[in-house]
Design a protein around this ligand. Structure first.
Ligand SMILES: [Zn+2]
Length: 201
């Protein structure tokens, strides 16, 4: 079992648990809100000064916590091999109850970086990431407006699997990404729509 002491502000600290195999105990201190229920925290081993910055997605209430646990399932299963390259690294899922209401926290790599100026290159990275995601068996469901492609150093990470579904892609990987011609989508709607948004014309 691993524990997480979540320091929200000077008045509010939550104690959360994760039923996993490691016995690491963390302390995390809120830095700022990024969007909706996603925040950056400074984290470290308990008793030490927290130093590393991570992103924590927070869910409150039974249904929201169950949805977040489902998202965690993608990271643990289909996305396991893509963590730290195509999707953020996942550091665990912690839960507790606050006055009877479930609280859940998904700990993720904080992804940020300068947006590349070369649009062609961005399009290429985004498509490569999207194909890798589909090849791993996940349909994201909310990629078309581009906000879930996040720059990370010189790479792209795909984030937020709240509406993702398991997926058996009918498009091939690899072969389609070779050469410089436009990829021809053949049946997978999410990839086909992304190709028309990012593919070469
Ligand atoms: Zn697909």
């Amino acid at each position: 079992m691993s524990t997480l002491e979540l320091i929200w502000d000077t008045q509010t600290t939550y104690q959360l648990w994760s039923w996993n195999n490691n016995t690491v105990h963390y302390t995390a201190q809120l830095v700022r809100r990024i969007k909706n229920e996603v925040y950056t925290f400074r984290i470290g081993a308990r008793g030490m000064e927290p130093t590393d910055i991570i992103a924590i997605k927070v869910a409150r209430g039974k249904e929201n916590v169950e949805d977040l646990e489902r998202e965690m399932g993608f990271y643990e299963n289909q996305l396991k091999g893509l963590q730290g390259t195509v999707v953020p690294k996942c550091y665990g899922f912690y839960t507790t109850k606050v006055q009877g209401t479930p609280l859940g926290c998904l700990l993720l790599e904080y992804c940020s970086g300068p947006h590349a100026v070369d649009r062609e290159r961005v399009a290429h990275y985004n498509m490569r990431a999207a194909y890798a995601l589909h090849a791993a068996g996940v349909l994201h469901g909310d990629l078309l407006d581009g906000r879930h492609f996040v720059p990370m150093g010189r790479e792209t990470r795909i984030v937020d699997f709240a509406v993702a579904v398991p997926h058996q892609c009918v498009n091939g990987l690899g072969r389609r990404l070779e050469g410089h011609g436009r990829h021809r989508p053949c049946g997978c709607q999410e990839l086909a729509l992304l190709e028309s948004a990012y593919g070469r014309r």
